[in-house]
Design a protein around this ligand. Structure first.
Ligand code: MTE
Length: 305
């Protein structure tokens, strides 16, 4: 499909913005598309692919929405797509508490009226050694954190998924210590690559991808990108996280994509991009090394995996 001039940012503005983005996040695979495209559900990959290199074409809307991990709807990759129809992501509010000056329970609509929604095309590398490239819409987590005004004692952020077994059939089984929980160190949460995503392909976030708002931390294994967030807590200690609690010898708190540190049961050196047959090499920090390696310069990544 040809993109109409009226649907995208004027080409020159686009290039200017893109230049800025390339300058600030060289390998971050970012594309920026105008809000009129965002507002539309447009599943044409070429909108994004025309600005991307051959090696990282976006996955199709179909692939991104029918091959998911979201144990609240079942443990098979097809389950979230098949079992999430009864989930109601509207209305939605998020509780922000812990070590902040301004604890609050705030409607998602209100959050969205105060932040800048951007297009961010990111690689997502799952700990199970598959990957996708996904055109997200969202805003920087740092914007929300600043609204809450964390105290200087806040060193970590914990995220909690909604608990609604009536709408999420997987929560009736004890596969995970529900609700699903994740966490980041404060500097990771404030990093400009870290976003709260509210849509993909210009479509409101599909239920199976974590409606209405999920985290995306592109240099970490996919399990850190917690879905359907209802609570964000600021803490002075490293929070408990679901996968680390379940199997600490397999899943660490940091979960940085690292081809040199294998999972005890399989290699992390290569991955299968969904839609491809030939495996590809996994990149350090999932290809975002320039942007985030400095966060870990004093950390032994074989211990803190
Ligand atoms: N968030 C919740 N609440 N429950 C989950 O089971 N799975 C994680 C993460 N977030 C999960 C979750 C895992 S393992 C991955 S790989 C990504 O979501 C998958 O995101 P996607 O289905 O949108 O590709």
């Amino acid at each position: 499909m040809k993109i109409l001039g009226s649907e995208i940012t004027p080409y020159k503005t686009y290039l200017n913005r893109r230049k800025f983005i390339q300058g600030s996040f060289a390998s971050a695979l970012l594309a920026t598309v105008s809000s009129s495209v965002l507002a539309k559900h447009n599943t044409d990959p070429s909108i994004y692919n025309q600005f991307m290199n051959e090696n990282d074409k976006v996955n199709s809307y179909e692939e991104i929405t029918t091959y998911n991990n979201f144990y609240e709807f079942g443990t098979h990759k097809k389950h979230p797509h098949l079992n999430s129809g009864d989930f109601k992501p509207k209305p939605w509010s998020v509780k922000i508490d812990g070590l902040v000056k301004k604890p609050m329970t705030i409607d998602l609509e209100k959050i969205l009226s105060k932040v800048t929604i951007e297009d961010r095309v990111y690689r997502l590398r799952c700990v199970e050694a598959w990957s996708m490239v996904i055109p997200w819409q969202g805003f920087q987590l740092s914007e929300l954190i600043k609204m809450a005004e964390p105290l200087s004692s806040a060193k970590y952020v914990q995220f909690v998924t909604v608990f609604r077994p009536e709408e999420m059939p997987g929560q009736k089984k004890r596969t995970i210590n529900w609700p699903y929980r994740e966490g980041l160190r404060m500097d990771e949460a404030m990093n400009p690559l870290t976003i709260l995503a509210t849509g993909l392909y210009g479509h409101e976030m599909p239920n199976q991808n974590g409606a209405p708002m999920r985290l995306v931390v592109p240099w970490k294994y996919g399990f850190k990108s917690i879905k359907s967030i209802v609570e964000i807590r600021f803490l002075d200690q490293q929070p408990e996280t679901s996968w680390e609690t379940l199997a600490p010898w397999e899943y660490g708190f940091y979960a940085n994509v690292n081809p040199t540190v294998n999972h005890p049961r399989w290699s992390q050196g290569t991955e299968r991009r969904i839609g491809e047959f030939k495996r590809r090499e996994t990149l350090m920090f999932n290809g975002y090394e320039k942007e985030v390696a400095h966060l870990y310069k004093d950390l032994d990544l074989t211990k803190f995996y």
